[in-house]
Design a protein around this ligand. Structure first.
Ligand SMILES: [Zn+2]
Length: 182
């Protein structure tokens, strides 16, 4: 009954959500790591028993025998050193990143569980989010990017972000001006 920390043990949907969450945390310098993903019902029952039916000198660690971990759609995190393992501020930052990605954060619950994150089976990458998962990023066309930088079409920043209407208009206008001159 070991602790499973593998992202691959989650459902396909939860894997995408979890990876996106980790990438975004890294991008925003929120250094955390996964402590548990899938949990067998057997292990959940064991955890439920702590402070109740066994390990009576210990504090209770869970309030339920029914956990989204057993459905492979939840993960727990901790804060990377040198910060404290359960640094409240950093867990809150991770929580706010999760919320931007439509991921449910346990820190918002009545029974607060700020290391816990979960999705439901209908979870999708939020379109308004500026986060694009690495697997969707473009790996070709560096020559054109360099050329575009010389032409002042881009500074080379935020290359993997979505484009806004305003940015599209500016780019078209810049390209138009370049063509007009030549
Ligand atoms: Zn959890």
């Amino acid at each position: 009954m070991t602790t499973d920390r593998k992202i691959e043990s989650l459902t396909k949907t939860a894997q995408i959500a979890c990876k996106l969450f980790l990438e975004e945390c890294k991008k925003q310098n929120v250094y955390i790591f996964i402590t548990e993903t899938y949990r067998s019902q057997e292990r959940q029952n064991y955890l439920y028993g702590i402070g109740r039916t066994h390990s009576l000198n210990k504090k209770k660690v869970t309030w339920t025998k029914k956990s989204v971990h057993t459905n492979k759609m939840a993960w727990d995190i901790a804060v990377s050193p040198p910060n404290k393992l359960y640094d409240t501020k950093i867990l809150e930052q991770a929580g706010s990143i999760a919320k931007q990605l439509n991921i449910t954060w346990g820190g918002d619950w009545q029974v607060v569980d700020s290391v816990h994150f979960q999705v439901n089976k209908d979870w999708k990458i939020p379109m308004q989010s500026k986060c694009i998962p690495t697997q969707n990023q473009c790996t070709w066309g560096q020559e054109e990017i360099n050329q575009a930088m010389k032409l002042n079409l881009t500074t080379g920043e935020r290359l993997e972000d979505y484009i806004t209407r305003k940015e599209a208009i500016i780019l078209i206008t810049r390209a138009y001006n370049i063509l007009k001159k030549s």
